[in-house]
Design a protein around this ligand. Structure first.
Ligand SMILES: Cc1cc2nc3c(=O)[nH]c(=O)nc-3n(C[C@H](O)[C@H](O)[C@H](O)COP(=O)(O)OP(=O)(O)OC[C@H]3O[C@@H](n4cnc5c(N)ncnc54)[C@H](O)[C@@H]3O)c2cc1C
Length: 388
């Protein structure tokens, strides 16, 4: 078993892994490139498969203080505004052992950071960029904070543009030709037609908008996914609202008013990392977006990062496995799941973004199936539990 572990990246993946590894008895150092844990990102849906792991860390009450539990995921027509189908979520906790929660990413990150700071086995070094240098019999060598350091194991939780992935031979993230436009607005400024108790997905012509409450219902998170060739980097590129309004001309009143909302939209180029690429080399392994950044159409990127952290910890805890073998077993177990979820997210994208000609057939099929049966199709996803 490793005597110490370095984690590059203090996002959802790195922080969750640090907490799980520290509770399992490993000394952990998180290196985060940014100077602090700022309020980047917007809403996150945390489904029961990941929520169970956070609950087991004892974070349930803190999460519930800032989360909303949606009654349903409701599909509506972006132009008609009419409901196509609603997948009921109120019974998620009974069905899958943890609630379906809606959170602001900054709230989840703050809860994880507070828990990590309270754990004496975790050291956090911010404003510290990690560069992997190599591996020898004594461990993994990295450059961090202007000097060379050595750890038994290095975990790359450094996101979609991962330097650790490049070090172990992985390719760059591939832009998908789609962008996510995001804004968070005070709930009392959102149009009355926008539901506050559920996730609403407005399906348009080759584009869609997802709306749900965050911050215990005080704010509304809006994400519009459109197809455009823009390829900027970073979470916080400002987006001109007129471009977005042009895409949603003719939208139903409530949605049109929401899109016209004054305020600063941010634009994020959606890029993917093929889950079938390299995840591990010796005592270096990847988790989260670094290993398998996926389209957000199933709202599972952070959830997969949390699942990765749980499996990684279980493998490193096995006394019969040298660290590099434990990491290889982690990859063996996680890769098929991450690839399946990424494929399912891609399929959801194709369904959400159907052409106006095909959309009526999609809507009729969804209606005929009904919300309960559509939801049951995701039991494999939300009902996931670790092997072993
Ligand atoms: C529009 C949109 C909506 C989404 N909605 C959902 C959702 O509802 N539910 C869900 O589960 N997922 C969702 N996701 C996906 C989710 O946001 C990501 O999968 C998740 O945040 C990835 O976490 P991470 O820790 O792997 O990476 P990141 O959050 O990118 O964290 C990586 C960290 O590493 C740091 N770093 C980078 N390089 C270095 C280095 N060399 N040294 C040190 N530090 C470094 C970065 O500063 C950063 O803090 C969504 C994504 C998008 C784009």
């Amino acid at each position: 078993m490793p005597s110490d572990i370095a984690i590059a990246g203090g996002g959802i993946a790195g922080l969750t892994a640090a907490l799980l590894l520290a509770r399992a008895g490993f000394p952990v150092t998180i290196f985060e490139r940014a100077a602090g844990f700022s309020e980047v990102g917007a809403g996150l849906q945390i489904s029961p498969n990941a929520g169970r792991i956070l609950d087991n860390l004892g974070l349930g009450p803190a999460l519930d203080a800032v989360a909303t539990r949606p009654l349903a995921i409701e599909m509506r027509g972006a132009h008609s505004g009419r409901t196509i189908v609603a997948l009921p979520l109120a019974a998620a906790a009974q069905r899958h052992g943890a609630p379906y929660r809606l959170l602001h990413r900054a709230d989840l990150q703050a809860i994880l950071v507070d828990a990590a700071r309270a754990d004496p086995a975790i050291t956090i070094e911010t404003a510290t960029d990690v560069a992997p240098l190599g591996e020898d019999a004594d461990g993994v060598r990295i450059a961090a904070g202007g000097r060379e350091r050595r750890f038994d194991v290095l975990i790359g939780a450094d996101g979609v543009r991962s330097r650790i992935r490049a070090h172990i031979g992985g390719g760059p993230a591939e832009p998908t030709g789609r962008t996510a436009w995001r804004i968070t607005i005070p709930a009392d400024e959102a149009p009355a037609a926008i539901p506050r108790d559920r996730v609403t997905v407005f399906l348009g012509d080759r584009q869609h908008v997802v709306v749900y409450p965050v911050r215990a219902g005080r704010e509304i998170n809006v994400v519009a996914i459109i197809e455009e060739g823009w390829r900027g980097e970073g979470w916080s590129e400002p987006g001109d609202a007129r471009i977005l309004a042009g895409h949603f001309r003719g939208a139903a009143d409530g949605l049109a008013a929401l899109i016209a909302t004054a305020g600063t939209w941010t634009r994020w180029c959606l890029a993917g990392v093929d889950a079938r690429g390299p995840w591990q080399q010796g005592r270096v392994a990847l988790i989260g977006d670094a290993a398998h950044a996926m389209l957000p159409f199933l709202a599972q990127g952070a959830a997969m990062a949390i699942e990765d952290a749980a499996v990684l910890t279980r493998m490193l805890l096995r006394p019969d496995l040298p660290a590099e073998v434990a990491l290889a077993r982690y990859v063996e177990e996680r890769r098929p799941r991450a690839a399946r979820v990424a494929d399912a997210a891609r399929q959801s994208g194709a369904i959400y973004h159907m052409s106006p000609l095909a959309a009526p057939f999609r809507d009729a099929t969804m209606k005929a199936l009904g919300g309960e049966r559509l939801l049951a199709r995701y039991d494999w996803l939300y009902g996931w539990r670790q092997n072993g």
